[in-house]
Each structure stands twice: as structure tokens, then as C-alpha cells.
Design a protein around this ligand. Sequence first.
Ligand SMILES: Cc1ncc(COP(=O)(O)O)c(C=O)c1O
Length: 426
Amino acid sequence: MPFTANRQFKAHPRLLTQADGMYFKTADGRRVLDGTAGLWCVNLGHSREAISLAVARQIRELDFAPTFQMGHPLPFELAARLIKHAPDGLNHVFFTNSGSEAVDTALKIALAYHQLRGEGARTRLIGRERAYHGVGFGGISVGGMVNNRRLFGPLLTGVDHLRHTLDLEHNAYSRGLPAWGAHLAEDLERLIALHGASTVAAVIVEPVQGSAGVIPPPQGYLQRLREICDRYGVLLIFDEVITGFGRLGAPFGAQYFGVRPDLITSAKGLTNGSIPMGAVYVSNTIHDVFMHGPENVIELFHGYTYSGHPVACAAALAALDIYEQENLLTRASTLAKYWEDAAHALKGLPHVIDIRAIGLVAAVEFAPVPDNPGKRAYEIFTRCFERGVLVRQAGEAIALSPPLIVNPQQIDTLFGTLAEIIHDLP
Ligand SMILES: Cc1ncc(COP(=O)(O)O)c(C=O)c1O
């Protein structure tokens, strides 16, 4: 099983068999409130009928079509619709099947872009500590979660990392963006000075670090990264696999923070999690660099059998209709204050050492149990599930990211159940 304690799970399985709206149903017939949008992806709520109908229709009409030297209309239609919600100037889309593939695709486009411009020495990639960029070799190389890296060899060469920005001495319990930490963006300038600007291709960051425990950027941090990238000709990639599609209250984190990256990776909410799909958005400038040379020659030697799969496109188009009709790309902004207050109401409970909330995502961090990393958060996660609430363990933290259709009563249930369980912990 992926990212699972296999033996423990098989001894005590947690099986979900149905889902509707804000709820899962378990194999033993219990209703479980989805506090995690599945795995940060079911933004519109579960089992949206329009998506299942679109998928069923599409699979009957055109189950598959090759997209290497061939095509079908749906990826073009989808790309044209998607870029309307993307930051200005990110007008081209490359489809993948997952966030991990989107990350590898973005890194490869960044490297190729510099090659094509005659700056082939720009091969270094810079990631950040505590980053999660999926599980491809590119993604774990620029990623910064040690367990995802340490058993898998030397990874990509020429990769360096910025420090992460979570320092509880300075920014625990911040409301809004932490006031402390923007200076950590200067790490990028230091690394560029260390390696030489002419060797650095791109820096990749999640605007809000997700899987490592919901770490919002310090005020001004992303702006500083953008400035430094501009100064040294380094591409800025935002990995928006979690923050994309309305999680923060804007279509993308880029718009929420007012910082325009050169590439964006996305997946998850793109199809509401219903069919695997990812997408990489690139700027016109990057796209145009590839569009040279003889017209019969392939410009980008990269792609997946299922890039732009018709059924995934149909799911994404139906999902986009719902995002637009129900204003779900921005709804989180109307609930963000309520959400933040509900999260911070847990301050002062036993073992709680930090609370972080932004848009409709939050984390409650616990003091670690000595010599037993993650034990407390795991226990809270399993107890929540027994009590009918799905939350997610992220290291020493519990992360919450409900579907964007969540209502205030359900927010109360999520944090209320969590509070009771924390209170009763041994
Ligand atoms: C920021 C980020 N990038 C990439 C990924 C990888 O996506 P996938 O699991 O679809 O490969 C994730 C998944 O959680 C993610 O959060």
C-alpha cells in the first residue's frame, strides 16, 4: 500500500466503500465526515453527478486517442478553459496523470528551456527543506522530506535546498501569514552566489507547504523569491498540486499571494480527484522558446501515453463547470476567517504547540513523544476516524483540508471532535 504501515493496516483496516458530498461511508456502514477532501483533492465534494455522467458519456464516445502526433479536441478545449483561471501570462498547458508527473515535467521543461536559449550550463535545481513534490526522482530530489529520500540513492545531482520557514520560536500560532521569516528567501541568493547564477535553472516551492504540515509562507517571502529569480534569470516554479483549484480562496496560490511564477504544477482538484490527471502551466515566454526550428521536428521530447486522456479531460471539464457555477475557486475566502478562528480555538489544549491555518487548510502540531516520532498525531488520526471524522497525519501534525463545499457546522464538527480527542489523550 502507498505511504501506509502495511502490516498494521492489514491487521486493522480502515476501508471506505462509498462517498457522497462531505461524507464517506465505511465498510461497516459508518458515516465519516471528510476533513481532508480525500487526499487534498475532492474540492467539490464527493460523487458529483455531473462528473460521473461526463465520464460515462466520454468513455462510450471516445475511450482513448493517442496524443503523440495525433490528437482529439478535449485537451485543447480544457487548456483554453483552464488558462482563464490561471495567472496572467501562463497561457499554455501540458497534461500529465499526476502531481508527481507534473513536477518532473516542469523540471524538464525548465532545463530544456535554458538549453534551447543557449544557457545549457543552467542545470541546477533548487528545492526546499520539508517540501513535498511527489515521488518521481525529480520530485524527491528537489523535495525535502527525509523519509521520502533517504533509501533511494544519490537522486538527481546538482540539487540544493532552501531552508524551510517554520520556526516555532518565532512564528508559532501566527494568524494570517507569519510576520517572521521573509529573510529566509535570501537563502536563494546565497545558493545562487555559491553555485554561480549561470548554473542555476529553477527553484521550485509549494506556495504553502502542504504534506509536511501546512506551512504558510512568511509575509513577503514569495515576493522576495520572485525578485531574486528575476535578478538572476532563474525560473520560479510553484507546485500548486494542493494550493491550486481554490484551496486558499483564489484559483491558485499565485493569485492569492500576488506572485506570478514562470511555471505552475497542478493535479488533484483538477478533476476533483475522480480520474487521475495533472497539468503544468507555462508562460508564453517559455512556450515560445520551444517553437523554433523545422516544423516537422518534435519540440519537446516528453509525454505520457495518457497525457490529455479523453476521460480525464471530460472529468476535468465537468469539474471546471462546477467550480465556475458554484464559485468554488473563491469560496474558501468567504470561510477563511471562520476556519482560522475554529482552528485557533484549539490553542491551549494538551500537547498542542502550534496551529496554522490559511484558506481552507490547517494544521495542529503536537509536541513529539520522545523516541516515537509521529505517535501522537497517528493516534489522534485513528481516534478521529473511529469517531466519524477523517483527518490526516502529517508528521507531528494533524492536517485538515475539507472539500470547499464545507459549511460552518461541519467545520465546528471537525475541530470540535479533534478538540475532544486531544483533550482525552493520555
Ligand atoms: C505539492 C505536491 N506536489 C506533488 C504531489 C504529488 O502528486 P501525486 O500524488 O498526484 O503524484 C503532491 C501530492 O500530495 C503535492 O502535495
